[in-house]
Write a protein that binds this ligand. Structure first.
Ligand SMILES: CCCC(=O)SCCNC(=O)CCNC(=O)[C@H](O)C(C)(C)COP(=O)(O)OP(=O)(O)OC[C@H]1O[C@@H](n2cnc3c(N)ncnc32)[C@H](O)[C@@H]1OP(=O)(O)O
Length: 307
């Protein structure tokens, strides 16, 4: 069995990918929760359409495409379960260094497929769907915290709405093309984010800005995104291939020693997610993994100067 194959005991996966330093409450570990997850997986598969495509390139950069252009790349139920499968593949991709998440046909993602939303509009099913997506997107964000030096970027072209906006926050970085818009439209749909997007947004832009974006349903264009720290860069439309430009941008973070990049991601994620004492312990351990390591010894031998 693959390390985290879909349908596996969920506790196993949580430990494998995060057990290094996240002392998480094991909320998905009971048999009851496992069968509940299996139940929601089956239910989600009743709403097919579109796909989540993953292209793992020799460069170590993977491109994951949300592909449902007839519905502006809205997430059907089957796409939610496919996303989980793709994340699982990435968790096991030993050559992985970087990940670009984008939408097909020049637009990012318009959130949940409203046809599926209508069909499962009772609170119980809504909660289960949201638990499923929260867990998958948390795994996406934490890719690399344990074994892989993998850094992710959302390439936002066109619109990222609702759950699509939430998906952007599950990446380490966001690049917006000059015509792109990120908008948490949930309030206009009588909702709040449920895929973990609010919790992540607060950590990215702070609670004041998050409140403005969620309560004011503010459209975030690239300049505003830059100002509040939601966008990490702007790609001008018409100036070269956006995917190639994104890959070039990402490579500044992915090049270099894999153990060092892995340690960097570990200290940053633990700093963001853990209490200070625990984060300091993690940082100490991460330091121990690189101190006197090959990259460190090489830099010392070269008498590296930082001019
Ligand atoms: C916890 C998660 C919460 C959520 O994500 S709730 C969902 C939030 N998203 C939305 O409400 C998006 C609603 N859609 C829109 O605002 C507009 O369609 C949008 C994305 C601005 C695009 O506008 P336009 O460029 O004018 O294109 P259009 O409206 O003709 O759309 C093209 C086709 O796509 C469809 N579509 C767009 N977003 C969808 C969605 N989320 N679920 C299901 N179908 C969706 C739309 O119905 C239209 O289909 P058709 O051509 O009429 O058959």
């Amino acid at each position: 069995m693959a390390l985290c194959s879909v349908g596996r005991p969920l506790l196993l996966n949580t430990r494998n990918s995060l057990g290094c330093f996240f002392k998480q409450k094991q909320t998905f570990c009971s048999k009851a929760n496992e069968s509940q997850e299996e139940e929601i997986r089956k239910k989600l598969q009743l709403f097919p359409g579109g796909s989540i495509d993953l292209q793992k390139q020799e460069s170590g950069i993977a491109v994951m495409t949300v592909n449902n252009p007839a519905r502006m790349n809205a997430f059907s139920g089957s796409m939610m379960t496919e996303l989980e499968e793709r994340v699982c593949e990435l968790e096991n991709w030993t050559e992985g260094k970087g990940l670009i998440v984008r939408g097909a046909a020049g637009t990012f993602c318009s959130g949940s497929d409203l046809n599926a939303v209508r069909a499962i509009s009772n609170p119980q099913d809504g909660m289960k769907m949201c638990m499923f997506m929260q867990k998958t997107l948390t795994r996406l964000l934490r890719l690399a915290c344990y074994r892989l030096p993998l850094i992710s970027v959302a390439l936002v072209e066109g619109k990222a709405l609702g759950g699509g906006a939430e998906l952007t926050t599950a990446c380490d970085f966001r690049l917006m093309t000059s015509d792109a818009v990120i908008q948490f439209v949930h309030k206009h749909m009588g909702l709040v984010p449920g895929w973990g997007g609010a919790a992540r947004l607060v950590r990215i832009v702070g609670s004041q800005n998050a409140l403005k974006l969620l309560a004011g349903v503010k459209k975030v264009d690239p300049d505003f995104g830059n100002e509040i720290g939601l966008a990490d860069g702007i790609l001008k439309v018409g100036e070269g291939d956006t995917l190639v430009n994104t890959e070039r941008w990402l490579s500044q973070f992915t090049k270099g020693s894999a153990p060092v990049i892995r340690a960097v991601k570990k200290v940053v994620l633990s700093g963001r997610e853990l209490a200070l004492d625990e984060a300091l312990t993690t940082e100490r351990h991460a330091f121990g993994t690189v101190w006197g390591g090959p990259a460190n010894l090489e830099a010392l031998a070269l008498k590296t100067k930082h001019k």
